[in-house]
Design a protein around this ligand. Structure first.
Ligand code: NAD
Length: 492
């Protein structure tokens, strides 16, 4: 019974050796969960898997702790420290859960099946099939929005998945090494060392901060000849960055960026991207528009979310979804409008909240409570019906049986009384570089807006406590210590 001890501190898993797992009961309902992100994993964590036949389908076989993804782009944190295998999550459930590493390509709500494709590089004989469901949870997240702007998909890096962070990390050093190539022209050096970030939401801001740190704290030391040439520019279409934060924190972020020498171009909308330049339209204080062409070495695109094709396709099959644009419209119990047996959580659902990890994880936990309750109340209902039948067969015990029925009915009323989903916002946090962070936190019924070095320590401890497992937490702390003591690794 050694397996699982590492997770005890998290308080979620019981101490259980994987071999002690029981097989699911085939007479139970098939509950299929699509995704392995915040919504799906938080549902899985709290779901009583004895009550259903649970199948998880996701193109990646791990949960990714996305808040620390910007830190992976510079090696402040190593990528495996923020990944947790789905296999380890499901292996600690009392009743076994099936997992298929595959992409859901089509959901058929009429036939109640999901078409799946094996998306791995190694292809087996069987690589596409269908999975039937009685209940389906869509937690597939969103894809990167490009707004159809030409060149974005071909030339920029996104920041959503582990592969994106690895690609950025490699490209940063590629730009540095190429800029120092023998006899490179000064204009080319300037272009290669110009790092452009598009989108002033938390993703763009955190990445720009981490990137400038990497340069100031490490690259500059190892490659001093480029010290006055490395430049980070953040482009945002709106009048300011971090619109979800208070005015005071927006100002603090902008002044910190100024100190860090990160250029912020607000009211500037990128219209076109080529392999070497970004073309943007800047609106001046007088409302006049000018076109700017910015040569770049690395371009990171962080302009928010778009609906995934599988979700778009599902929406097109449900008439009640016709007016929804940003994802699957759900009711207050997260049931997809126009369906009875499909639920949605996180970035692919439209429940009236921002598409954040916090929302997705609260939605997942809500669904776990809902599903546990549904299965339990169905069991009690069937007990009541059996008892009612025996009432007619054995009139002698009628009084005792009636009392029994009454107790069951009371129990049923109590558990059926599940309140609709309600999101509790605990606050927003963002790292802004040079060991400073901003936080808008709701605490003890008050709202606190703070920025600076102490907030940075708060940011670190909050993110650390939110990490998936003790193993992840230990790895992240070791990474932080390692990069502080030895500097970040500048190898490509
Ligand atoms: P976002 O939607 O928050 O921000 C994208 C920004 O890009 C917008 O401000 C938009 O005006 C700008 N933009 C769009 N098109 C543009 C163009 N052509 N040119 C210039 N600018 C353009 O996106 P995000 O930062 O990826 O965040 C997505 C979601 O995840 C948000 O809900 C966010 O709150 C959440 N998130 C939170 C945190 C955190 O709390 N620390 C971190 C990352 C993401």
């Amino acid at each position: 019974a050694i397996a699982g001890t590492g997770y005890l501190a998290y308080g979620v898993y019981e101490l259980r050796h994987p071999d002690d797992q029981v097989e699911p009961d085939p007479t139970k309902k098939n509950l299929v969960i699509l995704g392995s992100g915040w919504g799906a994993v938080s549902l899985l964590k709290k779901l009583d898997t004895d009550l259903y036949n649970v199948t998880v389908i996701s193109p990646r076989n791990y949960f990714l702790f996305t808040p620390l993804l910007p830190s992976c782009t510079t090696g402040t944190v190593e990528h495996r420290s923020i990944m947790e295998p789905i296999r380890s999550i499901i292996r600690h459930k009392k009743t076994a859960v099936k997992f298929y590493e595959a992409e859901a390509t089509k959901i058929d709500p009429e036939r109640k099946v999901v078409a799946i494709n094996d998306n791995s590089d190694i292809k087996g004989e069987m690589n596409q099939t269908e999975v039937p469901y009685d209940m389906l949870v869509v937690s597939v997240g969103a894809e990167n929005a490009t707004f159809g702007i030409p060149g974005v998909r071909e030339h920029s890096c996104f920041l959503k998945e582990i592969g994106d962070a690895q690609q950025i990390r490699k490209k940063i050093m590629d730009c540095v090494e190429t800029a120092t190539f023998k006899d490179q022209s000064p204009e080319e050096v300037d272009r290669l060392l110009h790092m452009v970030v598009v989108g002033g939401g938390p993703t763009g801001v955190e990445f720009a901060g981490e990137l400038q740190d990497f340069f100031d704290q490490d690259i500059k030391k190892w490659v001093p000849e480029i010290s006055d040439k490395f430049k980070v520019t953040l482009i945002e279409a709106l009048p300011n960055v971090l619109p979800m934060f208070s005015k005071q924190l927006i100002d603090y972020t902008e002044s910190t960026f100024k100190e860090e020498k990160i250029t912020i171009k607000t009211k500037t909308m990128v219209k076109k991207v080529t392999d070497r330049t970004v073309e943007a339209e800047a609106t001046g204080p007088d409302g006049k528009k000018t076109l700017e062409v910015l040569p770049y070495g690395l371009l990171v695109w962080a302009t928010g979310n778009a609906v995934r094709p599988v979700v778009k396709d599902l929406m097109s099959q449900i008439p009640a979804q016709k007016d929804s644009r940003r994802g699957l419209a759900v009711n207050e119990y997260l049931v997809v409008q126009g369906t009875k047996d499909i639920w949605a959580t996180g970035d692919c659902a439209v429940a009236g909240y921002a598409p954040t990890a916090q929302v997705a994880s609260q939605e997942g936990a809500f669904l776990a409570r809902l599903f546990n309750t549904m299965a339990k109340s169905e069991a009690i209902e069937s007990q009541i019906s059996t008892l009612s039948q025996s009432l007619n067969l054995q009139p002698g015990d009628a009084a005792a049986v009636s009392r029994d029925i009454e107790t069951h009915e009371k129990q049923l009323r109590r558990i059926k009384d599940i309140k609709p989903f309600h999101y509790t916002h605990q606050g927003s946090l963002a790292y802004i570089g040079s060991e400073r962070a901003v936080a808008d936190v709701s605490w003890l019924n008050g709202n606190f807006a703070t920025g600076g070095g102490l907030t940075y320590l708060f940011w670190r401890s909050a993110y650390l406590s939110m990490c998936f497992s003790t193993r992840n937490r230990v790895l992240v702390v070791l990474d932080w210590l390692k990069s502080k003591a030895f500097g970040r690794d500048v190898s490509r």
